[in-house]
Design a protein around this ligand. Structure first.
Ligand code: NAD
Length: 273
């Protein structure tokens, strides 16, 4: 497989190591860096890249990535990269996997990606990322959804730098407090750094307006906990996930790295599960 990556940060670096551990080999690896950051991207990924391929190149513009003709491109960058570069790759006929799913909370971006995929005859896949049970949620949607409620529970310090700071005294909190209860569109817009899971659940299920999101600051939360409850025509269920920090880098969402690795391994075959 010829693999393309957009982004070269925490997820990208850990991902290459996980793929190497699984014995994955790529015919080549092409990475899209931000303008002016080619050397930085090459330095940060060179060791990992060498473990999965002999052909590694970093590009400064999306045209270079497209010209390298990857079989699939995996976006592990930012919302902006989804809007600009993923759209271009899809329109050029390259299948893309998106991890910065919160970008799709902007209806115009979602429509542009859809149109680009149709134009290019390409497939855009949304990885479950940090959340699970997305397969059954998307299946249950076909039977009719009555209710989808997603609750994001994190320690108070994990909400620092978000509007939760205005709603709560995060440092003085002694018990769990709900500080947001609304729809997924508003949640993703007001809390862009926490938008990915809300957006993924909304896209797989009831949509951004009908998906209810609750955010909780909880001094007793052992880490970031994602929980969602579904009532549908086919079944009712609840999924609860408790992510573990990466031993190498606490900023890396390990479950997301493994979710992206699964997507690439499934695409490489010979069996997808
Ligand atoms: N779906 C999920 O459940 C989930 C979970 C965790 C993180 N994420 C998302 O995954 C993305 C990557 O996370 P991370 O921890 O690796 O972030 P990071 O900040 O460590 O890395 C992002 C990298 O992308 C690069 N970049 C930024 N804009 C770019 C562009 N336009 N073109 C090419 N490269 C660009 C940055 O320089 C950086 O190297 C983020 O958007 C994050 O929100 C999704």
């Amino acid at each position: 497989m010829r693999l393309g990556l957009i982004g070269y940060g925490n997820i990208a670096g850990t991902l290459l190591g996980v793929l190497a551990e699984q014995g994955f080999r790529a015919g080549r690896l092409d990475v899209l860096a931000r303008p002016g950051a080619v050397d930085r991207a090459r330095d940060s990924l060179a060791d990992g890249a060498a473990r999965i391929t002999e052909q590694f190149e970093v590009h400064e513009d999306v045209q270079g990535l497209i010209a390298a003709a990857p079989d699939m491109v995996v976006e592990v960058a930012t919302h902006g990269a989804v809007k600009d570069s993923v759209t271009r790759c899809l329109a050029a006929g390259i299948d893309c996997t998106v991890v910065s799913v919160g970008a799709l909370a902007d209806a115009q971006v979602e429509q542009a990606l859809h149109d680009a995929a149709v134009t290019g005859g390409a497939l855009m896949r949304v990885v479950p990322g940090a959340v699970g049970g997305i397969d059954m949620l998307a299946a249950a949607r076909l039977s009719g959804l009555d209710e989808v409620v997603y609750t994001s529970r994190k320690p108070p310090r994990a909400w620092e730098g978000t509007p939760a700071e205005q709603a709560l005294d995060l440092k003085g909190l002694t018990e769990a407090q709900v500080f947001y209860d609304g729809n997924a569109r508003q949640a993703a817009t007001d809390y862009p750094k926490n938008a990915n899971v809300a957006a993924t659940i909304a896209l797989a299920g009831a949509g951004f307006e009908a998906t209810r999101v609750r955010m909780i600051a909880d001094p007793d939360a052992p880490g970031n906990i994602h929980e969602f409850t579904v009532r549908s025509g086919a079944l009712d269920f609840t999924v609860r996930l408790e992510g573990k920090p990466s031993p190498d880098n606490p900023k890396t969402s390990l479950s997301t790295v493994y979710s992206v690795a699964r997507d690439i391994l499934n695409a490489a075959g010979p069996v997808a599960i």
